[in-house]
Design a protein around this ligand. Structure first.
Ligand code: BGP
Length: 468
């Protein structure tokens, strides 16, 4: 529907930005933190920088929070590093890790910024992997439960918005890229056992949050890439539905309804997969009632029919084929970023409508943003008009979705400062604030407000009314 007026955002809408511990903090070996698998993974991404320094937020958190306040933030979504809190298999809590997050949370609250905390954002501690078998072994569920209970007890008096696991769907869909497939003989089958163990961890976190945190709310974080059919050919529509199931819906149905849906159960039967569901598991999952969906959305995809037996020729990463299910194809109607990500603001409205229609739960945007190669110009500024254009169009569509009737409670863009990209180092910059560092040289890590900082500040201080 086309509206006659500009969008109106709810009165208490939360505006802010998002980060993940391993991508922003640095200080990987300081104050008792032990290594995470993603640290090792990031070291294999040369010529990009690894995560040992990143944006050095660990040492700059006060300055960063002051800048957030200057911008007018009402929320900040960040993650806790598991191995900073529990660095070893003896399960002892690292007080220096607790102190860091206490300081950060207190600093945020002192500036009227609501903390939204992710418990797990890709950073499996090495000790959990080596000594418990990581996602392959159910002992990890207990270790995770112990970790999240520490977080709820230590921080739950001040943190009321919690997120369980970041992009479980992406961890399964891109297991190789994120290093989740380590130790698997047959990933296509093993991934469903791993997925089940992650589901148990998610359920434990939801249950423990409701038990321990007074007034606490919690939900999963879905990595969401809306999928359009390539044409009105009926086969393309079914292909798009298959893609939706295999990349998002299987997970979201489980979070919302506490059950594996019929599609995935058929798939397991067809492919002879045993996800190793044991007595009591589904009762636990059913008990874990989420309060909202957190959604990460950057772009969209297009799916077309793909016959069984159709084989991949090239472009496996960008346009993969899943014979008998779907294939991804290019969208001629949208432009792309420097990294070939579709620039599609309407995907945001589509996603919110879709998730609202299916689950009727409040939603918060926990990631959305524009990456570019950037540098400081001769005048000492970073002029990022392309990011402003991107954000304006995306946020406008969120407003449209709100007018459509969707219950959206927060928008946290990715990212406040530049930080380490999952796969493209410091070269892929997302921030409203430039960090003076490169993949080759750490430089002075100075914070420089980009033009988008000022634009976003005006928008959020007017609760989404001033767009210029
Ligand atoms: C999301 C992840 C983030 C972040 C973002 C951007 O999927 O949750 O951790 O990295 O994607 O991705 P990238 O850094 O690869 O551009």
């Amino acid at each position: 529907m086309y509206y006659k007026t500009d969008p109106l955002f709810p009165e208490k809408f939360m505006w802010g930005a998002s980060s993940a511990a391993w991508q922003v903090e640095g200080a990987v070996s300081e104050d008792g933190r032990s290594p995470a698998i993603i640290d090792l993974n990031s070291r294999t991404k040369k010529p990009f920088a690894d995560n040992s320094i990143a944006a050095d937020h660990y040492h700059h958190y006060k300055e960063d929070v002051a800048l957030m306040a200057e911008c007018g933030f009402s929320s900040y979504r960040f993650s806790i590093s598991w191995s900073r809190i529990i660095p070893a298999s003896d399960g002892k809590v690292n007080q220096k890790g607790i102190r860091f997050y206490n300081n950060l949370i207190n600093e945020l609250i002192a500036h009227n910024i609501t903390p939204i905390v992710t418990l797990y954002h890709y950073d499996m501690p090495v000790w959990v992997n080596e000594q418990l078998g990581g996602w392959h072994d159910r002992r990890t569920v207990d270790a995770f439960d112990a970790y999240v209970r520490v977080c709820f007890k230590e921080f739950g008096d001040r943190v009321k918005y919690w997120l369980s696991i970041n992009e479980q769907n992406m961890q399964i869909c891109y297991g190789n890229w994120l290093g989740v497939d380590k130790g698997c003989d047959d990933w296509e089958k093993d991934k469903w056992r791993i997925n089940h163990i992650i589901n148990l961890c998610h359920a434990k976190a939801v249950i423990a949050c409701h038990e321990i945190v007074k007034g606490g709310k919690i939900g999963p974080v879905s990595g969401y890439v809306p999928i359009y059919p390539a044409s009105c050919k009926p086969e393309d529509q079914i292909a798009a539905m298959n893609a939706e199931e295999l990349t998002e819906k299987i997970w979201n149905d489980l979070y919302a309804h506490g059950e594996y849906n019929g599609f995935v159960q058929k798939l397991w039967k067809d492919q002879d997969v045993d996800p190793d569901i044991r007595p009591g598991d589904m009762e636990l999952i059913k008990k874990a009632k989420i309060d909202y969906f957190a959604l990460n959305c950057y772009r969209s995809n297009v799916a077309a029919d793909c016959k069984p037996g159709d084989t991949q020729v090239d472009l496996q990463f960008v346009y993969p084929k899943f014979p008998g299910m779907y294939q991804l194809v290019a969208n001629p109607y949208v432009k792309t970023t420097d990294w070939d990500w579709e620039i599609d603001p309407i995907a945001m409205r589509y996603m919110l409508r879709y998730v609202w229609d299916h689950y009727r739960l409040p939603m918060m945007i926990t990631e959305n943003g524009f990456a570019a190669h950037e540098s400081v110009t001769a005048d000492g500024h970073v002029h990022d008009q392309a990011r402003i254009d991107f954000l304006r169009d995306q946020i406008f569509q969120i407003g449209q979705a709100v007018m459509d009737g969707c219950d959206v409670i927060a928008y946290n863009l990715w990212s406040f400062t530049d930080l380490l990209s999952t796969g493209n180092g410091m070269a892929k910059r997302y921030g409203l604030v430039y960090i003076n560092t490169t993949d080759d040289d750490v430089l002075d890590l100075k914070r420089i407000k980009k033009d988008s900082f000022n634009w976003y500040s005006k928008l959020i201080r007017s609760n989404g009314r001033v767009w210029e």
